[in-house]
Design a protein around this ligand. Structure first.
Ligand SMILES: Nc1ncnc2c1ncn2[C@@H]1O[C@H](COP(=O)(O)OP(=O)(O)OP(=O)(O)O)[C@@H](O)[C@H]1O
Length: 247
């Protein structure tokens, strides 16, 4: 049986005045898939994620996320997803436990669910000792793992990760990706942007945006074959070279 499609985008577009930030992108993402959403700076990734998360109304095109329409059902979308980015994350001046409680509360989790699962989460992350410490006292890599755990605490259908591993060492990034794999195995669909091409290799499928459009979309293996190169880094460079936006 074909796996359920949890994201369907068709001609999805966002214009800011005369400028088309996202230019008629079309793709589908299946349940439990790890979908890499790549593109150079300014390609339009964050703008696309904001539309798919129900945070920004598209200018044109269609999309459903978890079966909900991005124009009319944004509240249902917000309840069905988790979201983590470097800019929107944990509260530094709350403790680890307070952050978990705060975000779980937003998603309407019961006190009992929060209590049971907070302890489970803290032991999984080996953060028992740190539960009552302020988040700002944790190293960045731990903050990122905690932020991801908080983003999937309410067991969303899809989690959007916008550059979740920026600024940490390769070992910590690898540990983070183990958590992504576990989430995907449990049926959560992972939609992830990254600038690290080793991470692109870990995705089931990867799309590459250039100047607002999706220029390539396939498995890392097929993309390397298609461009006759050995790494995703080289695939990316081939495509990003054409970009007129960004740095
Ligand atoms: N609110 C806005 N008003 C005008 N232009 C915007 C707005 N938001 C984004 N843009 C522009 O749209 C383009 C795409 O931006 P976006 O942040 O989506 O790119 P990105 O691929 O996520 O880049 P990065 O990797 O740097 O985060 C950029 O040129 C940006 O300046």
């Amino acid at each position: 049986m074909e796996r359920e499609k949890v994201i369907i985008a068709n001609g999805l577009t966002k214009r800011f005045g005369d400028f088309t930030a996202v230019d008629a992108i079309s793709f589908e993402v299946k349940k439990g898939e790890i979908f890499g959403f790549l593109g150079a700076n300014g390609a339009g990734k964050t703008t696309a994620i904001r539309m798919l998360s129900g945070l920004s109304i598209p200018s044109d095109g269609e999309a459903t996320v978890a079966g909900f329409d991005v124009y009319r059902q944004t509240e249902q979308i917000k309840r069905s997803i988790g979201y983590m980015s470097q800019k929107f994350s944990l509260y530094e001046d709350l403790t680890v436990r307070e952050n978990i409680r705060f975000y779980a509360g937003i998603y309407g989790m019961s006190d009992q669910y929060i209590k049971d699962n907070t302890e489970r989460l803290l032991s999984q992350l080996h953060l028992h000792e740190e539960g009552n410490k302020l988040v700002k006292s944790l190293p960045l890599g731990w903050k990122q793992k905690l932020a991801f755990s908080v983003a999937i605490f309410h067991e969303p259908e899809i989690v959007f990760l916008d550059e979740p591993t920026g600024g940490v060492d390769p070992v910590t990034r690898r540990e983070f990706w183990n958590m992504i794999y576990e989430a995907a195995e449990s049926g959560i669909t992972v939609f992830v942007t990254t600038h690290y091409m080793d991470e692109a290799e870990y995705c089931n499928r990867v799309s590459i945006m250039v100047d607002g459009r999706i220029d390539a979309l396939d498995t890392p293996k097929n993309l390397k074959q298609q461009f006759e190169v050995d790494s995703m880094e080289e695939v990316f460079i081939r495509l990003a070279r054409k970009a007129t936006r960004g740095d």
